[in-house]
Design a binder for this molecule. Structure first.
Ligand code: HEM
Ligand code: HEM
Length: 203
């Protein structure tokens, strides 16, 4: 698959990822957000991935699994808390895996092919924990209130960086069998933006 196709694939992936994660009216998908009839139970601001499941006409509502009422929302907010704690715990595990994968990867890159299988297997584990961590926040029940924040916030920076590392993680896996140089570049981009997405939360 030639280089331009690579760039095209990564470009499309980042666009989709950005629209899924970005929020607070900073992108063209803000027009999709509709005002809700039951404002006290659901904020009209939520991630598109959360709206898919938990929105007023989300899959879980339409399927009758999560009827929109006060008790249900209280249960969802408790679930959200647990999922976002797990999100962070798995986040740290993934970071440790990425560091190990980077150390092994650079040795493999310099010709130490005895590490090939270790790298490949650890790669699968890191990718699995990465997307599990992502899923825990992207599909968690939405908060009760989600105010529009003017200008930058650490959470906004966290989400924008998530757009970068999610695209880079997809590219790292797509390129692993294609081009080791691009694979390495994508992996370093994923690691750098991932670490930054954690550091920004400290401010
Ligand atoms: C797979 C990588 C990650 C992605 C895609 C991601 C994305 C997100 C998103 C979209 C939210 C907002 C969820 C919402 O408000 O409904 C969020 C919240 C958060 N994330 Fe991440 N994140 C990632 C990794 C991490 C890591 C590694 C940490 C730190 C250990 C972290 C810490 C947090 C915290 C503290 C929150 C706020 C939780 C709250 O509102 O209580 N995230 N993340
Ligand atoms: C999250 C990070 C990473 C993941 C998930 C990952 C995953 C993988 C996987 C699954 C393969 C095997 C592909 C196949 O089936 O042939 C692979 C190969 C490889 N990776 Fe990584 N990798 C990561 C980071 C890195 C880094 C940071 C480097 C270099 C510094 C690196 C260097 C290599 C090399 C040299 C190969 C062998 C390419 C070849 O000769 O075919 N990887 N990686």
């Amino acid at each position: 698959m030639n280089r331009f196709k690579h760039i095209f694939v990564v470009g499309v992936v980042s666009l989709i990822t950005h629209s899924a994660i970005a929020q607070e009216g900073e992108d063209l998908f803000a027009v999709l957000e509709t005002t809700t009839e039951a404002p006290e139970l659901l904020s009209d601001q939520m991630l598109i991935t959360q709206k898919l499941l938990w929105g007023e006409r989300g899959l879980l509502r339409v399927a009758g699994i999560a009827k929109l009422n006060k008790d249900q929302r209280e249960w969802e907010l408790k679930l959200r808390r647990k999922l976002l704690v797990a999100h962070q715990v798995i986040g740290y595990v993934t970071l440790a895996g990425m560091i190990a994968q980077g150390i092994i990867g650079s040795q493999l890159y310099n010709g130490n092919y005895r590490l090939y299988e270790t790298h490949e297997n650890l790669g699968k584990a890191v990718t699995a924990s990465y997307f599990t961590g992502a899923g825990l926040s992207l599909f968690s029940p939405p908060p009760l209130i989600n105010k529009k924040v003017k200008g930058w916030s650490s959470m906004k920076a966290h989400k924008v960086l998530a757009t970068v590392h999610l695209s880079a993680m997809i590219a790292t896996n797509v390129l692993a069998e294609e081009d080791k140089k691009l694979h390495r570049a994508a992996a370093y981009t994923a690691f750098g933006s991932y670490a930054a997405a954690m550091i920004v939360l400290k401010f």
